[in-house]
Design a protein around this ligand. Sequence first.
Ligand code: GLN
Length: 205
Amino acid sequence: MLVGVLALQGDVTEHRAALAELGVESRPVRRPEDLSGLDGVVLPGGESTTVSLLLGSSGLAEPLGKELERGLPAFGTCAGMILLASSVSDGRPDQRCYGAVDLAVRRNGYGRQLASFECDLEVPALGSEPVHAVFIRAPLVEGAGDGVEVLATVPAAASSPGQTSDPTPVLCRQGPVLVSAFHPELTDDRRLHRYFVSTIEERGR
Ligand code: GLN
């Protein structure tokens, strides 16, 4: 199995290390030819506006979009979630989003006080042990389409203090596309990367 890690900016080394710990070979993706022969791709956290610009200048924007359309399994974390979403608020007007997962997200949507926070998440798909999640200027999921499976949420109070509304999705899956608003590559827990690898394996069967 060969997994590409979009290497234009952001947590590239950490994602590659996480995959290596699982015995999965990875390749940094910087140019269109780096996409060939991949079984999956990781879109790391960073700054989605910057990555969006670099996708354009590297010539990767369209070839990556085609691969996603063809169903290449993808795992987007934080800024990567923004790039895979179907709509983005508070971004650059020309900011790219691929619509690989039917989510409406707001950049830096947790507000100033909660710009960065950590919490323990219940993720039944990964077992009973909670997942410790690190959020850094995370995107806020404001809407999820019917085809989206929500794997974990935070209480609404965490995202919109003082308001009572539905819990906010922070980990979602739609077919071969997995997205997290937090940074699983920054903790030692490899269950989420393993889950992504298993979605690739499922697809190969
Ligand atoms: N706020 C960043 C963005 O808009 C995402 C932050 C991150 O990836 N940690 O792209």
